[in-house]
Design a protein around this ligand. Sequence first.
Ligand code: ATP
Ligand code: MG
Length: 405
Amino acid sequence: MIVKSLELKNYRNYDNLNISFSNGTNILYGENAQGKTNILEAIYLCGTTKSHRGSKDKEIVMFDKEESHVRIILEKNNIMHRIDLHLKMNKAKGVAIDGIPIKRQSELFGMLNLVFFSPEDLYIIKNGPAERRRFLDLELCQLDKIYLNYLSNYNRVLEQRGKLLKQIGFNRNLLDTLYIWDEKLMEYGKKLIETRHNFVFRLNQLVYNIHKRLTGDKEELILQYEPNVTTSDFEIKLKKALERDLSLKITNVGPHRDDLSFLINGIDIRKYGSQGQQRTAALSCKLAEIELVKSLIKEKPILLLDDVLSELDRHRQTQLLNNIGDIQTIITCTGLEEFVGCRFDYDNIFHIVNGTIESENESDRYTEEKFAKEQEEKSSIEQEVKSSTDQGGKSSAEQEDRDNG
Ligand code: ATP
Ligand code: MG
């Protein structure tokens, strides 16, 4: 799958943008707040109808404008497709595939498969279980339309059951009808548990080697699905929790309370991981997801990497860039040093300045020559520092000798 081009009108800080991507690696670089992430967000929006930042449509529409338009041309199985989004200030967005408006946004799922890594993905590990459930659900919904169906049914039943629990507080007779929702809750809930279980199992098979490679064999990453209930004890636990459910007026057990743990060399990095470790683990999961998408839907997803190189040490950067493989990738960064430093090949490069593309393919301008010159400068500074500390070392040693003598 390849994103051929993206067109934006009145989208965040872009009044008008038309950008064509190459099939390989595309780099968007520029200073902070110029609009690099906005481009990735727009692509993500075309795949999922949602902003990866959780922004509302009215926040995306350019300040002082009424609406914005996004158009993506993509190639899928050698056929060109067009996705159009029409975002409005106070109305639901319009979505069309190949010019035909779709009725339900879920019809868009599967059209454009993306693996997105953003700085916010750190929160998958750092924050509470809700973030990790969101990760599981988002990934699974992209891969499996049936899961999306189970999930929305489960959430609907959970809401209905909650309403009934409140009503029972006023009218105890209604307790006799609770079993209807319990059965539905278990029916859909068990499907969620099974699917999540299988997903984590498959992800684990892939993530272990990827993470080992990224960390130069230093770290072994294992994911553990921590279901709140299993398919076999759901019923007993739901019954046991009845009094608590009635007094708190919420459902206390079920997959809406699941969690996922991340162990590195046996240590739970949700609590004890360093920032770089957490970031690398989140990244390993995303890279594993690429393989999973490839094997499940027999299609290469598009990889979006937002500001991924910061906080990774040079070794991890190089490993990451060399392990992306043969899929279309769009990377944002603030400088180009990392790429040249890692001897990394790229196909297209865009300099983003204040909502415009200032230049395209200026990779030639950032030549190996310039890189070599920078390296030379760096090493001469290092040399200088070294010789001054050596001298400092010598004189203090001499001083010590004198003191002792
Ligand atoms: P960084 O390197 O810091 O991540 P970036 O290049 O990724 O920066 P973006 O997040 O893509 O930056 O863009 C941020 C810019 O978009 C900001 O200047 C912000 O003011 C602007 N912006 C955000 N929403 C809107 C909007 N609705 N209308 C106009 N401009 C907006
Ligand atoms: Mg950004």
